[in-house]
Design a protein around this ligand. Structure first.
Ligand SMILES: Cc1cc2nc3c(=O)[nH]c(=O)nc-3n(C[C@H](O)[C@H](O)[C@H](O)COP(=O)(O)OP(=O)(O)OC[C@H]3O[C@@H](n4cnc5c(N)ncnc54)[C@H](O)[C@@H]3O)c2cc1C
Length: 478
C-alpha cells in the first residue's frame, strides 16, 4: 500500500485535520527539542482518545507501518523523533489531555497521556495535594512522556522518580488491543507487575494513553537557600550534615558549578547571583516539611549556621519570600536552555554512588581538560541523587563545529569514568537513539538478550519506535 493510501486511511480514523502530511506541518514534530535529531515522518497522526489510538495502532500493525509515539518532544536523546527514511508515523498524544478523575481521599488522580506535567501539578494543587515530579520542561513535557522516560528531576531525593509515582496505566498494545491497568492500589501482589515494563520503555513496547498518579500531602512549610562551596567535597559533607538534622525534609540538593552559574547569568539579562562572595561551586538546597514553618526554619538555619561556622559553606542566601525562592530556581532551571542557545556543549547525564560524586567530578574534569584545555566546565544537577549533568562547553572563542569535533571523545572519556565507578551513562535522560549503541559496552549480552525477548513478545514486527533503546545484537563485540 502506498503512502497516499495510508494517509487517507489514517485521516479516516482521526479526521483529516489531525493527520498532517505536508512537510511544513510535520517538520517540528520530526525535529527534537535541541535540533540535534532531525527525522522525517510519513505523517503526524493526532488521535482524540484511546479508541482512536487503538484504531491507528491496529491499522499500522496490519500494514507494517512503524509508529513513533510522541509527547511534548522535550526528551534529549532523539527518542521521540523518527529516522530520516520517512516510513514512520509520529503518533502525537497531545489531544489526550483530559483529567479523568481525582480522588483526594485515596491521593490519586487519573490523567491522560497528553496532560502536561504543569497541568497535572496544578490539578493536584486544586485539591490541595502535590504531584511531586518537578522538571525544567514541565510546561511542555507530558505525563505519557514522563512515564515513558521514567523522568527524574529536582525532587527525586524526597519523592522518587516517575516509577515511584505511578500506580496504574492504560496502554494500547502494538497490535491495537487496549489494556486497562488503571488500578489505584498501593498494594496489589497479584502476579507480574506489568505496568513497570512500560515505565521507562521510551515507547518501544506500547502506547501509554492514561495513568494513575500518586499524590502526596502538600508540605506545610518550605525553606530554600543558595549556598557557596569551595568544592563538591564540601557540598557533599554539608549534604550529609543536613540529612542528619533534617532527614526526609531535604527535598532538593542541586549542585551548580561556577561556569554553569556564569553562563546562565550571561543569558538572563535581569538576573544576578544571590551571593556577594564568588565561589567555585554552588548548591540550591530546598527543604519541605509537614511541620510548622518556624520549626523548619529553625532546624535549617541551625544547620546553615553550623556549616558557615566550620567553614564548609563560604556564603549563604536564604529565600525570605516565595519570589526569592523562585528566582533561585530560575537560575537552576535555565542552565539547560542557556547551553542550547550557546551551542557546543557535550551532554553527559551520569550517575554514580553519591559517595563517588566528588571523585567523579575531579577525574572527569581532568580528563576533559586534557582533551580540550579551555573547556568551560558546566556541571550541575541532582547531586543528592548521585546524578550530575556533566556538560563540557566550548570556550567562548572556539566555534561550535570545531569544539564538537571532540564531542565523541569527551563523551566517551566521561562515560568511561562513570562506568569505572559503578555508575550509569544515562541517569535520567534515557537511551533514545543517542545512547543506544553505548549499551553494547555497558550491558551484558545476557541483559540485552532479555530486553530483546521482552521487545519481541510485545512487538514481534519491531514496528513500535524502531531503532530506539535496543542495540542490534549482531553488532556486539563478542
Ligand atoms: C529544559 C529541560 C529540562 C529537563 N530536565 C529534566 C530533568 O530534570 N529530569 C528528567 O528526567 N528529564 C529532564 N528533561 C528531559 C525531558 O523533559 C523528559 O525526558 C520528559 O519526561 C520527556 O517528556 P515528553 O512528553 O517531552 O516526551 P517525548 O520527548 O515526547 O518522548 C520521550 C520518549 O517517550 C516516548 N513517549 C512519549 N509519550 C509516550 C506515550 N504516551 N506512550 C509511549 N511512549 C511515549 C517517546 O517515543 C520517546 O521515546 C529536560 C528537558 C528539557 C528540555
Amino acid at each position: 500500500m502506498d503512502n497516499v493510501t495510508h494517509i487517507r486511511n489514517l485521516s479516516a480514523i482521526v479526521g483529516a485535520a489531525y493527520c498532517l502530511d505536508a512537510e511544513r506541518d510535520t517538520r517540528s514534530y520530526a525535529t527534537d527539542y535541541r535540533g540535534v535529531y532531525i527525522g522525517k515522518a510519513l505523517a503526524v497522526v493526532r488521535p482524540a482518545d484511546t479508541g482512536q489510538v487503538s484504531l491507528v495502532m491496529n491499522y499500522c500493525h496490519a500494514h507494517d507501518v512503524p509508529v513513533v509515539p510522541q509527547g511534548g518532544n522535550t526528551s534529549l536523546l532523539g527518542g521521540a523523533v523518527p529516522d530520516d527514511t520517512g516510513h514512520a508515523v509520529i503518533l502525537s498524544l497531545s489531544r489526550l489531555n483530559r483529567v479523568r478523575s481525582v480522588d483526594a481521599v485515596n491521593d490519586t488522580m487519573v490523567v491522560e497521556a497528553g496532560v502536561t506535567l504543569q497541568e497535572a501539578r496544578s490539578h493536584a494543587d486544586e485539591v490541595r495535594k502535590l504531584f511531586p515530579l518537578r522538571i525544567g520542561s514541565e510546561g511542555s513535557c507530558q505525563i505519557g512522556g514522563n512515564l515513558s522516560t521514567n523522568a527524574g528531576g529536582t525532587a527525586v531525593l524526597r519523592y522518587g522518580n516517575m516509577r515511584d509515582l505511578i500506580l496504574g496505566v492504560e496502554v494500547v498494545l502494538p497490535w491495537g488491543e487496549v489494556w486497562n491497568g488503571l488500578r489505584a492500589l498501593r498494594k496489589d501482589n497479584t502476579g507480574y507487575d506489568l505496568k513497570q515494563l512500560f515505565i521507562g520503555a521510551e515507547g518501544t513496547l506500547g502506547v501509554v494513553t492514561a495513568a494513575v498518579l500518586k499524590l502526596v500531602p502538600k508540605p506545610r512549610s518550605e525553606s530554600t537557600a543558595f549556598l557557596g562551596f569551595k568544592s563538591p567535597r564540601g557540598a557533599l559533607s554539608f549534604f550529609g550534615a543536613l540529612r542528619k538534622r533534617l532527614g526526609q525534609d531535604v527535598t532538593a540538593f542541586e549542585l551548580i558549578s561556577a561556569a554553569a552559574l556564569e553562563l546562565v547569568l550571561a543569558h538572563l539579562q535581569d538576573a544576578r547571583s544571590p551571593l556577594s562572595v564568588q565561589s567555585s561551586w554552588y548548591v540550591l538546597a530546598e527543604m519541605a516539611s509537614g511541620r510548622a514553618q518556624e520549626d523548619l526554619d529553625d532546624a535549617f538555619y541551625e544547620a546553615l549556621q553550623a556549616g558557615l561556622e566550620d567553614g564548609t559553606i563560604e556564603d549563604a542566601a536564604i529565600a525570605t519570600a516565595d519570589s526569592h525562592a523562585a528566582e533561585f530556581w530560575r537560575l537552576r532551571e535555565e542552565i539547560s536552555d542557556a547551553q542550547t542557545r550557546t551551542g557546543g556543549s557535550v551532554r553527559c547525564d551520569i550517575s554514580v554512588p553519591l559517595s563517588q560524586i566528588p571523585a567523579f567530578i575531579e577525574r572527569a574534569t581532568q580528563s576533559v581538560l586534557q582533551i580540550a584545555p579551555q573547556t568551560r566546565m558546566v556541571i550541575y544537577g541532582h547531586m543528592g541523587d548521585g546524578n550530575v549533568h556533566f556538560n563540557p562547553l566550548r570556550p567562548a572563542d572556539v566555534p561550535v563545529k570545531e569544539y564538537l569535533a571532540f564531542g565523541a571523545q569527551i563523551s566517551k572519556a566521561v562515560d568511561d569514568i562513570a562506568v569505572a565507578m559503578d555508575g550509569s551513562i544515562s541517569a535520567e535522560h534515557g537511551v533514545g537513539a543517542g545512547k543506544r549503541d553505548e549499551l553494547l559496552v555497558v550491558k551484558s549480552r545476557t541483559e540485552l538478550e532479555m530486553a530483546w525477548r521482552v521487545k519481541r513478545a510485545f512487538d514481534p514486527k519491531n514496528l513500535l519506535n524502531p531503532g530506539k533503546v535496543l542495540p542490534l545484537l549482531h553488532t556486539a563485540k563478542e
